[in-house]
Design a protein around this ligand. Structure first.
Ligand SMILES: Cc1cc2nc3c(=O)[nH]c(=O)nc-3n(C[C@H](O)[C@H](O)[C@H](O)COP(=O)(O)OP(=O)(O)OC[C@H]3O[C@@H](n4cnc5c(N)ncnc54)[C@H](O)[C@@H]3O)c2cc1C
Length: 163
């Protein structure tokens, strides 16, 4: 294995890109892999941002629209309204926003490979090597979403089996 990074992130959603961008800005060598073919291809959100996320990313105005309150409906049609003094949310063009976030993450110095699926990993000295990718990282972040849990599953089962 010749390709060694400080950090490998699985998942180029909000969590993975935020982590990768911050780590790259601090000088770590970072690789992000994501199984979807391009950013924002499969969106796992309605697209409402909290203001703290906008403060972090500063998405361009055409991609976001400010709202002072959000009303969430349950299937029963009962709802809860979210609003606060001076607080705001943003409705987003989510596929374009994800493309923007990926561009910003690359600009910070991280490499992102779309169309790359995490299937497992093997320990090689101080590195975790991604099966089938020929690349390893000293640290691995599983940001593969609440619905997928592939990375957490592999780590959990590896530890469980080692006991
Ligand atoms: C219906 C719905 C609506 C929602 N609406 C909102 C909302 O409006 N606002 C909000 O803040 N939150 C919303 N959420 C929560 C939302 O899921 C999270 O805010 C956000 O998507 C979480 O980002 P994430 O990066 O953790 O995961 P995700 O956005 O799910 O990203 C995970 C990434 O990992 C990749 N991946 C998964 N498995 C692998 C693998 N094996 N190999 C490689 N890549 C892999 C996926 O392709 C994906 O790109 C909503 C959730 C649901 C289910």
């Amino acid at each position: 294995m010749d390709d060694r990074r400080d950090l490998v992130v699985v998942g180029a959603g909000f969590a993975g890109l935020a982590c990768a961008k911050r780590a790259a800005e601090r000088g770590l060598s970072v690789l992000v892999i994501d199984q979807q073919p391009s950013p924002g291809r499969y969106v796992h959100t309605t697209g409402i941002l909290v203001k703290e996320a906008q403060a972090e990313w500063a998405a361009p105005a055409p991609l976001v629209r400010r709202m002072d309150r959000v009303r969430l409906y349950a299937p029963s049609h009962r709802h809860v309204e979210l609003r606060g003094n001076g607080y705001y949310f943003l409705a987003t063009d989510t596929p374009k926003l994800m493309q923007f976030l990926a561009d910003e993450t690359r600009r910070a110095g991280a490499e992102i490979r779309f169309g790359s699926e995490f299937v497992g990993m093997t320990r090689n000295g101080r590195h975790l090597v991604l099966d089938g990718h020929g690349v390893g990282g000293r640290f691995l972040v599983g940001a593969d979403g609440v619905l997928f849990k592939r990375v957490a599953g592999k780590v959990f089962f590896a530890r469980f089996a080692a006991r």
